[in-house]
Each structure stands twice: as structure tokens, then as C-alpha cells.
Write a protein that binds this ligand. Structure first.
Ligand SMILES: Nc1nc2c(c(=O)[nH]1)N[C@H]1C(S)=C(S)[C@@H](COP(=O)(O)O)O[C@H]1N2
Ligand SMILES: [Mo]
Length: 368
């Protein structure tokens, strides 16, 4: 079923990506966590400045890549997606063409790594969390097309007593933990999860899960299993390394914001600038985005453009006339419909997940 393997197949030009290798200096004790063990993997972070001038979606050429081992090359003609387990009445297997012939849905949704923003535990809060030191670019929003997972589960005759749905990837086993398997509660699997075979209008590229992946709106990226090979439905709660050792107790992603600007961007003094950014939350729509130019003393509402989508992002902009040359810190924060506003400090998380504090984005104001 699997052909050749490569770390990451697509080009990773330096103007679009920052490589984020696993933590070399984090030591043995950190090996219980997430991206730390990904020493053979490619972690490629999107540069936020590469979203400037783009539309609503993240173009596939700059969509971040994160996986535990390598990108498998799968032959769609031989590929099967099996749905089985004691939680279904009749195990079934779907071929690629069968999947493509089923009623399809299109969905705009973010995929975001739980470790997105991890580096700021160290750089802003003084306590470095182990794992790949992602800035804010371990997120992308794509237009996904595929079949709702509940349709596949229904064809298999999902039972009342089903508890967990456990998708497994066809990528190589990860160390002693085996294939990447992340249980999903059956209520979420039957709700809004997509078995996607298209990304931004094209067949899924190899790095993003060809021939099919899950897209689990609002939840940590690990739920969106790539290179789907099987889905087990169980009448018991299932425990794998991916809900115990790694990514334990996390599901929905918190609210975050980013500027479409380079780190240390050079901005011209005295000019009317339009600064753009985006905010997102796995817990609801973004209802407010604000920006501070004075270290968080005062906040100005940003103007919204584009769509208010659940589980995707809200683009916004503000105007600013820099009046002093030198270093400035830009800050953006958002509030989601659950009522949560980004705090100035995030409570410590030992694996560096869910950094949701306001990020201090440095810029240099220079004589035009
Ligand atoms: N089969 C498989 N699926 C996987 C992973 C993996 O290693 N193997 N990594 C997960 C993690 S941790 C994230 S953040 C997302 C990243 O999706 P992307 O590479 O398409 O951006 O894929 C998830 N799905
Ligand atoms: Mo992730």
C-alpha cells in the first residue's frame, strides 16, 4: 500500500517557511512530550508575512507541515479505508473512487497544532516549554472537500453503544508507540468531522494526507489524522499514546491572534500604515479584535473584513502612523463568542500547548 517515503515532499522555500526542528537541547526528561520526539520529522512553520496580500485561505504552498515521522506516498488505486470494530454492525471498506462518488461537503476550517506559539512560553514568560519552538505559524485555513465522517459511520451501522472512534494513519509507526492513532468521542465524529480528499480545490497533496485525512473543526491538529487507513469504532474508551503520553486532556483550541508581518519588520516613520492580521478560536466565532501600540495600556478596535466563520479565522486591519523611530512592540488580542479574551500571560503548560496570551510582536520604525 505504501510506496516511497520522504520527510516532506513539497518545496520549503525560506521566504515561506521557518524550519522548526525538534528540541535538540531539551534532554531525556522531555521525551514524554509531543514534538520533542519528532527528530526525524519535518516541522515547517508558515511565515506570517507570507499571508500578507493573500485571500481568506492559506495557499497550499505555504500551509504548515507537521508530522511525527515521514510523508508516505500512497497509491490511490490500491488504497482502502476500513471502518470496523465492535462499535459497528457491519465492517466496511471504501476505495478512493467510492469516496469521491459519495455526497460531498465543502468546509472552511483551520488546522492548528496544539503547540502553536510554544516558543513564547520561553521568550515572553521566561520558562521554555519542551518541543518544537513554533511561533504563531503552525496554523492554516483551507477549503476542504470530502465526505462527512458520520456518513461512513452510518454505512458501517454505528451502534448506540459506540464510545470512541479511532482513526489511524498510514505513515510509519512512531518509535515504540506504533501508528499515529488519536481517539475521537463518537459525538464529535458524528457532528462536523470531514473525511477530506481535497484541499483548496486540488486533491490533497502528499504532505497533507493524500489520499484522505480527517479535518476536525476547532480541535487540536492531532485530531485531524492524515493518510487515513482505518477507523476503529469502539464501545469502550480507547487509550493510545496520542491521548495519554501526548496531547492529553486537550481538545478545542483557544483564541489567538497574529499580524501578517515579519518578526522585526521594518516600517516607515510617519506614514499611514494599514496593519493586517487574523484572529481565531476553536471555541466559537471571533467577536472582537483589538490592537495596542503602547504595551497593552490602551487598546483600539480593529476593523473586520471577510467572514466570521466558526473554526476558521477572522481577518482584520488597523491604521497606524508610527511617530517615533526605533523599536516598537505591536500587540493584538481577540475575544471569542464564548466570552474569552486573550490574556497577557498564559498559565504554564508542561508540554507547551495552548499558548493563548497576547504575543509581543517587535517591529523597527525607520526613516522612510
Ligand atoms: N497520520 C498522521 N496524522 C497527523 C499527524 C501525524 O504525525 N500522522 N500529525 C498531526 C499533527 S500533530 C498536526 S498539527 C496536523 C498537521 O497537519 P498539516 O501537516 O496538514 O498542517 O496533522 C496531524 N495529523
Ligand atoms: Mo500538532
Amino acid at each position: 500500500m505504501r510506496g516511497t517515503l520522504s520527510a516532506i515532499v513539497k518545496p520549503l522555500p525560506a521566504e515561506l517557511f521557518i524550519r522548526r526542528p525538534a528540541d535538540a537541547d531539551s534532554g531525556q526528561a522531555d521525551n514524554a512530550y509531543d514534538d520533542t520526539l519528532a527528530h526525524r520529522s519535518g516541522n515547517a512553520e508558515m511565515r506570517w508575512e507570507s499571508m500578507a496580500g493573500q485571500g481568506y485561505h492559506t495557499p497550499t504552498d505555504r500551509f504548515f507541515v507537521r508530522h511525527h515521522t515521514l510523508t508516505p506516498r500512497i497509491d490511490a488505486a490500491e488504497w482502502r479505508l476500513r471502518v470496523h470494530g465492535d462499535g459497528v454492525r457491519r465492517p466496511v471498506a471504501f476505495g478512493y473512487d467510492e469516496l469521491l462518488s459519495m455526497p460531498a461537503r465543502t468546509m472552511d476550517a483551520a488546522v492548528e497544532c496544539a503547540g502553536n506559539g510554544r516558543r513564547f512560553y520561553g521568550t515572553q514568560q521566561g520558562l521554555r516549554a519542551p518541543g518544537a519552538q513554533w511561533g504563531l505559524g503552525a496554523i492554516g485555513v483551507a477549503r476542504w472537500r470530502g465526505v462527512p465522517l458520520r456518513e461512513l459511520l452510518r454505512e458501517a451501522g454505528v451502534r448506540e453503544e459506540a464510545v470512541d472512534v479511532v482513526p489511524a494513519g498510514l505513515d510509519p509507526p512512531f518509535e515504540r508507540y506504533g501508528r499515529v492513532r488519536r481517539p475521537l468521542p463518537v459525538w464529535k465524529a458524528m457532528d462536523d468531522v470531514l473525511v477530506a480528499y481535497e484541499m483548496n480545490g486540488e486533491p490533497l497533496p502528499p504532505d497533507h494526507g493524500f489520499p484522505a485525512r480527517l479535518v476536525v473543526p476547532g480541535w487540536a491538529g492531532i485530531a485531524s489524522i492524515k493518510w487515513l487507513g482505518e477507523i476503529e469504532v469502539s464501545t469502550n474508551a480507547v487509550f493510545t499514546a496520542w491521548n495519554t503520553v501526548f496531547y492529553r486532556g486537550i481538545a478545542r483550541q483557544p483564541v489567538k491572534s497574529a499580524f501578517e508581518l515579519a518578526w522585526d519588520a521594518r516600517l516607515p516613520l510617519g506614514e499611514h500604515l494599514v496593519l493586517r492580521g487574523r484572529s481565531w478560536s476553536g471555541r466559537g466565532r471571533i467577536v472582537r479584535a483589538e490592537v495596542s501600540f503602547d504595551g497593552g495600556w490602551s487598546w483600539r478596535d480593529a476593523d473586520h473584513r471577510g467572514e466570521h466563520l466558526v473554526a476558521a479565522w477572522l481577518p482584520w486591519h488597523v491604521t497606524w502612523v508610527p511617530e517615533h523611530p526605533g523599536r516598537h512592540v505591536l500587540m493584538a488580542r481577540a475575544t471569542d463568542s464564548s466570552g474569552v479574551t486573550q490574556p497577557l500571560v498564559t498559565p504554564w503548560h508542561p508540554a507547551g500547548y495552548h499558548f493563548d496570551a497576547v504575543v509581543q510582536h517587535p517591529v523597527q520604525v525607520v526613516l522612510g
